[in-house]
Design a protein around this ligand. Structure first.
Ligand code: OVV
Length: 407
């Protein structure tokens, strides 16, 4: 626990919850409700920060990027006061106008047109993975839905698409785990993740270099933007780094969480099995129900007022994306996992100018994996209680032994 360093501001509901404590991270949903019910904007003395957990207030913060900036970091640390833990991301931890330039390049690479080009390959990989797992299971192996699907699939298709070689790809998981822990406090969880990642960082940065990227991947396209003079040669590896930071542990757990939802709700899986066109809405509902990225922070660029609460310049405010996604003010039966729902407006990819630039690729991965399963598997049975991997930001899983009941 951190001790409060700032006094509670007058007239703001105080919620004495530590959102980075193990119990909270293990089962956050009751505490999310407490946060929402206290008001649209709360004070959190555990860290001396403001918090937004209602859909309306999370949306308001994320859609006022001039007042609630990202350039001072999107975690607890205020980069105006302390050194960033790594050189700042050119897109995540940036504001217009520099953000706009970086965003345009990544958005062009991760476009709907790109999805059309990679769809067949991503689909074939999902189908062959499911086929292979059914064979291994028939031969007596226990399938771990986290390791063998949630991790294996993105670690195959995404680095392939970026243009990263096969050697050492598991480093991407350690790196992602560290990055997302680093948005939280400097707790034991972050210290351990930072220790594990120490030997990995050099590998990550080496794979941002042009000579280590294939000629036909997303990484090379960043370098071509440098050739064209849109960015400097020093900026190119930093934008490749964003692919490697944000593109793996997110989809790994997005898929893992979706599989857990479907294993825990066999009636919902039955519907998906009967109608494969539900794969995309099922993945979307999983994102709402178990949001992979639970929180992001912003920093007030000026004294401001948010839904009746005065927020002084330089304050940090944490947005609980996952709490907004279960706000009963926004969603009927918010705590029900229902793949027939069309959860448009969910916050799992954020909102506003920083909304996930890779979301079309993330959705493609989720859709094709769930479709491939729906075709070949009639039920996902949990063999044991899944184990969580606690992360300061991610809703993550360590293991989920399952039986994939073949059709
Ligand atoms: C959305 C996100 C998460 C983590 C890292 C980055 C982005 C980045 O740009 O490095």
């Amino acid at each position: 626990m951190t001790t409060a360093t700032v006094e509670a501001p007058a007239g703001v509901p105080v919620v004495d919850i530590d959102p980075f404590d193990s119990n909270f991270l293990t089962s956050p949903y009751e505490d999310h409700k407490r946060l929402r019910d206290a008001g649209p904007v709360v004070w959190m003395p555990a860290y001396g920060i403001y918090g937004a957990a209602q859909h309306v207030s999370v949306h308001a913060v994320l859609n006022d990027h001039a007042t609630f900036i990202s350039g001072a970091g999107v975690g607890l640390a205020n980069f105006n006061k302390e050194e960033p833990f790594r050189p700042k991301s050119l897109i995540l931890e940036a504001d217009p106008p520099s953000h706009t330039k970086a965003r345009a390049i990544l958005a062009r690479i991760l476009s709907p047109k790109t999805v059309m080009q990679i769809r067949a390959r991503f689909t074939a990989e999902a189908e062959s993975l499911v086929e292979q797992l059914l064979e291994r299971q028939a031969a007596g192996e226990t399938i771990d839905a986290v390791k063998h699907i949630g991790e294996a699939y993105p670690l195959k298709v995404f680095p392939d698409a970026v243009g990263v070689g096969n050697e050492g790809r598991e480093n991407l998981l350690l790196y992602g785990d560290m990055i997302f822990n680093a948005f939280g406090p400097r707790n034991e969880r972050l210290r351990k993740a930072a220790e594990r990642v120490e030997p990995v960082t050099a590998w990550i940065m080496a794979h941002c270099a042009r000579e280590n990227l294939s000629k036909d991947g997303f990484g090379e396209q960043i370098w071509r933007a440098a050739d064209a003079g849109e960015i400097s040669p020093a900026e190119a590896p930093m934008l490749v780094r964003s692919f490697l930071s944000a593109g793996v542990d997110t989809t790994v757990n997005g898929i893992g969480n979706a599989l857990l939802c479907l294993a825990r709700h066999p009636d919902q899986y039955d519907q998906l099995h009967a109608d494969h066109s539900l794969a995309r809405p099922a993945f979307e509902e999983s994102l709402r129900f178990e949001s992979t990225v639970q929180t992001f922070f912003r920093t007030a660029s000026r004294d401001t007022e948010l839904m009746g609460v005065l927020i002084p310049q330089d304050s940090k405010i944490v947005t609980f994306l996952a709490a907004a996604n279960r706000d009963e003010r926004q969603w009927p039966n918010a705590d029900k996992y229902d793949i027939q729902r069309r959860p448009a407006g969910h916050m799992a990819f954020g909102s506003g100018i920083h909304g996930c630039v890779g979301q079309v690729v993330a959705r493609l991965e989720g859709e094709v994996v769930l479709t491939a399963l729906a075709k070949r598997v009639k039920r996902i049975e949990l063999l044991e209680e899944p184990k969580r991997r606690l992360n300061n930001t991610l809703r993550a899983l360590a293991s989920m032994p399952v039986r994939l009941v073949p059709v």
